[in-house]
Design a protein around this ligand. Sequence first.
Ligand code: NAD
Length: 499
Amino acid sequence: MTQNENPASLIVIFGATGDLANRKLFPSLYNLFSKGNLSKNFAVVGVARRSLSNDEFKQNIIKSIGTVSNDVDKMNEFASHFYYHSHDVTDSASYTALNEIITDLDDHYGTKGNRIFYLAMAPEFFGTIATHLKEDGLTDVSGFKRLVIEKPFGHDLQSAQELNNQIRTAFAEEEIYRIDHYLGKEMVQNIEVIRFANAIFEPLWNNRYISNIQITSSETLGVEERGRYYENSGALRDMVQNHMLQMVALLAMEPPIRLNTEEIRSEKVKAFRAMRPIKDDEVKQFFVRGQYGPGYVNGELVSGYRQENMVNPESNTETFVAGKLMIDNFRWAGVPFYIRTGKRMKTKSTKIVVQFKDIPMNLYYKTEQTLSPNLLVIHIQPEEGITLHLNAKKAGQGIDAQAVKLSYANKGVDGINTPEAYEKLLYDCMKGDATNFTHWDEVALSWNFVDNISDVWQNTYANFPNYEAGSYGPRESDILLARDGFFWWPVTNLDVESC
Ligand code: NAD
C-alpha cells in the first residue's frame, strides 16, 4: 500500500443505475483511482432493479466517468473492476446470489473480506436492506464491514429512531457512515482550521467580540423533478435539519482536545445540546417560512412551486427557511446565529458571515465616514475561499476610512479544482475515518430541534406563495434580523482578483 492508498475493499453500491451513483459516486471513485488513492485490490458491485449485463454496466461507468476524464486506457482499467447484479431489495434469494458474487470477487481481487455497503437508494429501503444484509449472511465478514447511508435519515425523530434501531441490528454505530455531503466540502472542513489554527480568530470567537453569525445556502434551481420527494420534506427537513445545523455546530463547538473522530463529535454534540429549543408559541418569532411564486431567475420566467410537477396546487410545503438560533452556553450567550436557505433564490451561494462587534468608539464618524463592521466571510460554494472585511485609510488627503477586503480563493491560489465532497467522503470511509459523517447523537438532537418547528408549520396553513422566484426570499426574513438591528449581508461574489 502506498502512503495515500486505501485498504483493499469491496464496495457494493445499492442504486447503481441512479442519479447519485452516476453523477457523483463513480466519478469520485475514478478520481481516487487515478490519483493512486484507491487500493489496487478493489472491486465494485453495482446493484439495482434494472436488468443489465456486466458489460452494459461497465459502459455506463465509462460514460459516467467521461465527465472527469478522457484517458481511455485508465477508464477501461478502472471499469474492469466493476460488476453488476440485478436485485430486488426485498427478496432474500437476491441477497444470497449477491453474497456468492462478492465472495468470489473477494478471492479474485484480494479484498480481504472488507465490505462497504453504500445505500444510494430511496430511504424507505434503508432498513430493509440492512436487515437482509445481516439475515442473509452478507455481514459475516473476515475483514471490516461498513454501511454508508444517504440522507434523509428519517423524517422526524421518531422515524429516524426506528431506522436507527433497524440498521443497528446489523451494524455497530462505528460501522455506520451517515453522509452529510456538506461535511465533505473543502470550506466546511476549513471552518475548524480557520478557527483553531489562527491566533487572530479563536480569542475573538465568542460573545464579547462577535455580534452575530449568518449562514446562507441559496439555490437558483427549483424542485426540478423532485416534487414528490420535496412535498414530503420541505426546506426545513431537506436542508436545515442536516447541512445548516451541522455548519452551526462546527462554528459553535468548543475546541476539541484532539483532532480525532470521538473528540470532534463530542464537542459538536455539546453544541447541539446547547441550542435553545424553540417552543410552539416561539416559532413565529424565531423562524420564517416561505414558498416561491413565479418570477425571473437569470432573466428567465419560471413557474411558482405550486405549479411544479408532482406538487399539490395548494401545497403548504416551505421552499425557504430563515431562522434565529440561540446557543445557551458561556461562549455564545446573546449571539444570534441566523440561518437562511431557499430554492429559486436570486443567486446560488453558500456562505458564512461572521460579523464582529463594533469598536467601542468610532473616531471616524466625525468625518461623516461610517466604519463598516469587520466581517469574516467563508465562501463555501460555488466559490471557495475566505474574505476578511477591514477598514483602512482612503488613499490621498485627509483621514477618511474606507472598507477593504482581503481575499483568499482556493482555486485562484492553488490552481487546482478541490476534490468533490463525495471523493473525500468515500476516501475517509475506506480508511475508517468517520469524523466527517454524522453520529446518531447529532442526528437525534437535530431532529429534536427541528420537529417542534415542523409540527407547528404542518398544523397551520401558510399564506403562500410569499416570495418571488429570483428574489432573496420573503420580507419577513429581513424583518427577523432587523428586529435585532442587523441585516443579511449582501451575497456578493468572492473577489478573486484581490487575492
Ligand atoms: P434515483 O431514483 O436516481 O436512483 C434510485 C436507484 O435505486 C436506482 O438505481 C434504482 O434502480 C434503484 N432501485 C429503486 N427501487 C429498487 C428496488 N426495489 N430494488 C433494487 N433497486 C431499486 O435516486 P438518487 O437521486 O440516485 O438518490 C439515491 C439516494 O441518495 C436517495 O436517498 C437520495 O435522497 C440521496 N441523495 C441523492 C442526491 C443526488 O444528487 N441525486 C444527493 C443527496 C442525497
